[in-house]
Design a protein around this ligand. Structure first.
Ligand SMILES: *Cc1c(COP(=O)(O)O)cnc(C)c1O
Length: 383
């Protein structure tokens, strides 16, 4: 942690960093957490994989987030050390015996499974009180930028037999699904909830808990999605009609929508050529998700000079290269930058609070973990 600064200009003026720096805006994370805590008709878990920094965990905790979705011993240790009172759900559906042991000994009781083999593996290594959270795959075309059901999640038939097997083992299962990340259609949640209820009825199994997953959107340059309140309304209506009458409580586990707006990435222009810029971070670093999301996840950005003063002049198109020696290290969309952009300027990319620092690889020895806190909102995206 480099420190706290009232604005990006104050930070650049004081530090003039040569490495990429993640700028956190905890007040924006707190705001998003309040939206979920007051708007979602159930309890909210935070999906730790999208930002496991202690400051993020503490900020969400202070707003009333008590439950955390983890997927590795590292994430378990991080949450346990930072927030001793937190309750964690192990929502990775393919675990090793050692990982299960770490989780069980740390006190975790909820374990995601999406087939009988994983259910029996976890059951054999844990004791009474283990709650299998059976994950259902969501049919394709649910309106998300990322499909999260091709890799994990049971097909309807496997979902039904896994639930029945859990009951036969004397366990009380819960159910979950993930509509896909950056889901643009609130109707996907109704689809997931109704499919899960239909299959519970087919299995003749009742559950006390349904986790409707993450997938709530952040608002990128190209995003045409309704506001979060539309998702909450859709889920509340479906709950009233389908799950509440069956005595099922709801959980959700957003990542992106809680923290994307709470962080930006400050990248330095290391070299300017006539039609291109060479940046100190790229798709192998803090901009990794941009490579997969392409135009669907295009980030708002702005340019400041080495004293932190915004460059506001006429713009032109630039190819943006990352810092590694790999020829593929190019941003998937050209940047519109002021034509007087110069070596030593900075580009601030917004919406990097989720899947930014966490996804960065150490290729070419160029990973930066540097974090500074900024008191002011991001403003002034270049068009
Ligand atoms: C990634 C993930 C999430 C968070 O998804 P977002 O799209 O960031 O909200 C939640 N649950 C599981 C199981 C995940 O893998």
């Amino acid at each position: 942690m480099i420190g706290e600064f009232p604005s990006v200009a104050a930070f650049v003026g004081a530090v003039r960093p040569e490495i990429p720096v993640h700028l956190f805006r905890p007040h924006r994370m707190a705001q998003a957490a309040r939206e979920f805590v007051s708007g979602f008709c159930g309890e909210t878990l935070f999906a730790v994989k999208c930002n496991a920094h202690p400051l993020v965990l503490e900020t969400l905790w202070a707003e009333g987030i008590r439950l955390f979705d983890v997927a590795s011993p590292m994430e378990i240790r991080r949450v346990a050390e930072t927030l001793p009172g937190a309750v964690m759900f192990y929502h990775h559906p393919a675990k090793t015996p050692g990982q299960i042991a770490v989780a069980w000994e740390t006190g975790l009781r909820h374990f995601a499974v999406d087939c009988i083999a994983e259910l029996e593996k976890v059951a054999a290594l844990t004791g009474t009180g283990m709650i299998p959270v059976v994950r259902l795959a969501i049919p394709k075309g649910s309106g998300a930028v990322y499909d999260l059901s091709t890799k994990f999640g049971a097909t309807p038939d496997v979902f039904v037999v896994t639930l029945k097997r859990a009951v036969a083992l004397g366990l009380s299962p819960a159910v979950t699904f993930h509509v896909g990340s950056q889901c643009l259609d609130p109707g996907a949640f109704r689809l997931g909830m109704s499919l899960a209820v239909e299959l519970l009825d087919r299995a003749g199994v009742s559950v006390g808990l349904m986790d409707v997953g993450g997938g709530f959107p952040a608002y990128y340059r190209s995003t045409a999605a309704p506001p979060l309140s539309a998702y909450f309304d859709m889920i509340r209506q479906t709950h009233a009609a389908l799950t509440e009458p069956r005595g099922i409580r709801l959980l959700c586990e957003p990542g992106r929508a809680l923290v994307a707006e709470g962080g930006s990435l400050l990248v330095r222009v290391n070299l300017r050529k006539p039609d291109s810029v060479y940046l100190n971070d790229g798709i192998f670093g803090g901009l990794a998700e941009t490579y997969w999301g392409k135009a669907a996840l295009s980030l708002p950005y702005r340019v400041v000079d080495f004293l932190g003063r915004p460059r506001m002049g006429a713009v032109g198109g630039f190819t943006a290269f990352g810092p590694t020696c790999d020829g593929n290290d190019i941003l998937p969309w050209p940047l519109m930058l002021p034509v007087d952009v110069a070596d030593g300027d900075y580009i601030e990319f917004n919406l990097i609070g989720a899947y930014g620092r966490e996804m960065a690889a150490g290729y070419n020895g160029m990973r930066s973990d540097a974090v500074a806190v900024i008191g002011q909102d991001f403003a002034g995206h270049l068009r």
